[in-house]
Design a protein around this ligand. Structure first.
Ligand code: PLP
Length: 195
């Protein structure tokens, strides 16, 4: 996470030069307040949120951009006509209604609990060197033997993201927090590996 005060400082520094776009795709899982708090004072900040992650609407392909009204007016002028299909807009609005939002919050809370449990579990796995603190719905794991870890998980039918081709991450996997059942399967696979 980039701390809000650093974002505010960056936006101030770039005030007459550039727009600072803050991507909050995983914001629902983070502790820090949204950068929406900066919008009032910093008209060159744009905040992007998506309904693809915590809201579970990836198939609807819809998100939200929050910006100063003047900037929003410019963006509207360069938009293609009918940028959001009406049924998709309706889906988006219903996902933001009070009941759907309450359900999303409960799901996020469960994901955070499962993330903490999985993080503790993974730190005990021999060869795991780091499980980074996460502000998202996934964990970044460094291992002395990522091949073995990948193999153990794959044999249990668990697919994780291999990040070893990324710069600085030659030993890293990314494990997304799934359902309670999926996380139990992860736990079982790790336990059998240790046994
Ligand atoms: C998922 C994601 C988004 C948003 O994706 P859409 O499905 O196109 O709304 C943006 N940034 C990051 C880093 C993401 O992981």
């Amino acid at each position: 996470m980039v701390p809000l005060r650093e974002l505010a400082a960056l936006a101030e520094e770039l005030a007459e030069e550039a727009v600072v776009v803050v991507d909050e795709a995983y914001g629902e899982y983070a502790e820090q307040r949204s950068a929406i708090a900066l919008l009032e004072e910093r008209p060159n900040v744009v905040v992007l949120r998506t309904l693809s992650k915590a809201h579970g609407l990836a198939g609807a392909r819809i998100g939200i951009g929050l910006a100063h009204p003047d900037l929003a007016a410019v963006l509207r002028r360069v938009q293609a006509p009918y940028p959001v299909p009406a049924p998709v807009a309706a889906m988006g609005l219903s996902a933001l209604g009070p009941e759907a939002l309450a359900a999303t919050r409960r799901r996020v809370q469960q994901t955070l609990r499962l993330r903490d449990t999985a993080g503790r579990r993974l730190r005990d796995v021999p060869g795991v060197r780091a499980v980074y603190a996460s502000d998202a719905n996934f964990l970044l794991v460094r291992s002395d033997d990522p091949d073995a870890l990948l193999h153990t998980l794959a044999s249990a039918g668990i697919v994780v993201r291999d990040l070893r081709h990324q710069p600085g991450l030659h030993d890293a996997l990314r494990i997304t927090v799934g359902t309670a059942d999926e996380m139990t399967a992860l736990d079982t696979a790790l336990r059998e590996n240790l046994a």
